[in-house]
Design a protein around this ligand. Structure first.
Ligand code: SIN
Length: 565
């Protein structure tokens, strides 16, 4: 068991200078958050959406490939289920996957009814494409490669047409306020329940600085943790705030070690940091392939789906070749797409084309330099099939959550779908189980905060020691660095320090789980344990925290690929 690190039990913050009330607070404004808000409308009295930046600053906006659902001729939810389970490498929750694939088609149709303009074929049918791990064309896309942006546009338009849903932008969720738990017949008290949320708002007038929102339920839809690593496809807001806040409040984090590295992220040089340009898997879906410096196609003979193998297989093959050759990247060859490559690129991938050209690469005539980078957290706040967490009144949906659908490696384009499907489920159940209003009780958690300037060292450490390829010595070194960084207390209380503390909290939990999982499974790749080991490691690592001390426990579960669950 890795040595324990003491982390802040709650974030140091000034006392709230303002207060407001809402029945339900939704944290996050991507597909998961806005779907929850729209579906809860009319079912609860007052809904408040809070978002860390502006409404479209989260990961949804950046999704390129699309949204997967069994909508095409000959496709079925069962086939989508089979592909999802195989990609998840035995760590999916079979029941959650069935929910996803069975409810997915209707949820996508509802998104269309809301006004999302997906691409259509010349015959007027929904245009469906293929990505890694899918045996069918089942990815609906919009604007060619601007699917997330179009979905986000449609959802924001619907929110703006709903004046009864209040929105606060530039609002960082700091910590949950907790009240007494429910008492059972024997007088025993259950876990502390949601009584509100503290927020830091960069605003004007009454709502500026730290405030308290009193509420009866919180729906976390705050996205992932990409900024834990030096290079990620995720936007700057993804600092794991929702996962860290939930952990501090008593929720369980599950499967954190399963961080997906997207194989084809444009390589911008050794010093490039932060959000990097994604080259969608759909480009390979349309026929592009990976080559090394000598022009060898690296995926041939590695997997039956070659360049469209599941993402972990492609990322590992790229990394292996990079390590063998000492090169910092490989190449994606997409010069041959369509009968007229330039016209094809303009129509099908206009966003990627413009981005690549802005970095001096023309994919119509040139190879694109690519390397894996952090893309998606398959784990997160553990929920049941209705989005409930272990904290009464706290729900989670989308990337912040671990509903069990992704297992060890998310199937391409299942993420938007997960947010959509599970937010709809939360909206069905939440109104009937809204907690009574309760006063926050005395908070016994020890406050703390680390300096914002630890961020760079933390990211470098996580990328080099807890990134695509992991080993016991590297993970131990990461533990030493994280321990040291935990000692860098902040002198000023500000957003940079809150974010750094959240990044540290999630990094520590992630590294602990990665150290304990002594096998290679899905996106978790151990140099020292190169095989999948269903005898010892079929199951999940659950991380909990009590006043700053984390505990990692293994929860055995039957392997679920091949439909066995
Ligand atoms: C991509 O377009 O390659 C990303 C899609 C996804 O992450 O599901």
């Amino acid at each position: 068991m890795p040595e324990q690190l003491r982390l802040p039990g709650r974030l140091t913050a000034p006392s709230p200078g303002w207060t407001t009330r809402a029945d339900v607070v939704i944290v996050g404004s991507g597909i998961a958050g806005l779907t929850a808000a729209l579906r809860l409308r009319g079912r609860v009295d007052k809904i408040l959406v809070v978002t860390k930046d502006v409404l479209n600053a989260g990961s949804t906006q950046w999704a390129q490939g699309g949204i997967a659902a069994a909508l095409g001729p000959g496709d079925t939810p069962e086939q989508h289920e089979a592909d999802t389970l195989v990609a998840g490498a035995g760590a999916c929750d079979g029941a959650a996957v069935r929910v996803l694939v069975n409810e997915g088609p209707e949820a996508v149709r509802e998104l269309i009814a809301l006004g999302t303009n997906f691409d259509h074929t010349d015959d007027g049918e929904l245009s469906l494409t293929r990505e890694g791990g899918h045996h069918r064309d089942r990815i609906a896309h919009a604007g060619g490669d601007a699917t997330g942006a179009e979905i986000q546009r449609a959802l924001i338009a619907a929110i703006e047409a709903a004046p009864d849903i209040e929105v606060i932008q530039h609002a960082l969720a700091v910590d949950l306020l907790l009240g007494p738990g429910a008492t059972d017949a024997s007088g025993a008290s259950g876990p502390r329940a949601v009584a509100g949320l503290t927020l830091h708002v960069i605003g004007e007038g009454e709502r500026d600085g730290v405030g308290a929102v009193r509420c009866r339920a919180v729906v976390l839809a705050s996205g992932g943790l990409g900024q834990v690593f030096s290079q990620t496809t995720n936007p700057a807001v993804t600092t794991g705030d929702g996962m860290a806040l939930a952990l501090r409040a008593g929720a369980t984090l599950r499967d954190l070690e399963f961080v997906q590295f997207h194989p084809t992220v444009m390589y911008l040089g050794p010093d490039s940091r932060g959000q990097q340009p994604l080259i969608s898997e759909a480009v390979r879906g349309e026929g592009a392939f990976l080559v090394d410096d000598d022009g060898n196609r690296i995926m041939q003979g590695v997997h039956e789906l070659a360049d469209l193998a599941p993402r972990d297989v492609v990322a590992k093959t790229i990394m292996k070749r990079m390590l063998e050759t000492g090169r910092p990247h490989l190449w994606l060859d997409a010069r041959h797409l369509g009968s007229d490559s330039a016209a094809f690129w303009e129509r099908r991938f206009p966003t990627i084309l413009a981005t690549a050209r802005s970095h001096g690469i023309d994919p119509v005539t040139q190879l694109i330099p690519v390397a894996p980078a952090c893309h998606y957290a398959s784990g997160g706040v553990r929920t049941d099939l209705l989005g409930r967490t272990d904290v009464p009144g706290l729900y989670a949906t989308g990337e912040v959550a671990c509903s069990g659908v992704h297992g060890a490696n998310r199937l391409a384009s299942n993420s938007l779908l997960e947010g959509l499907v599970f937010s709809r489920r939360i909206a069905e159940v939440l109104p009937g189980e809204l907690l009574p209003w309760r006063e926050p009780s005395a908070d016994g958690r020890t406050p703390g905060i680390v300096a914002g300037d630890i961020r760079r060292e933390l990211q470098e450490t996580m990328s080099s020691r807890v990134g695509v390829l992991r080993s016991a010595p590297g993970l131990a070194e990461a533990g030493v660095v994280l321990d040291k960084l935990a000692g860098h207390a902040a002198e000023t209380v500000d957003q940079a320090s809150w974010e750094a503390t959240n990044l540290l909290t999630i990094s520590a939990a992630l590294s602990d789980a990665a150290a304990l999982r002594q096998e290679t499974r899905g996106s978790h790749w151990r140099e020292d344990f190169p095989e999948r080991d269903d005898v010892h490691w079929a199951g999940h690592f659950d991380v909990t925290m009590e006043d700053g001390l984390t505990r990692v426990a293994f929860a055995p579960a039957p392997a679920t690929d091949g439909g066995l669950s």
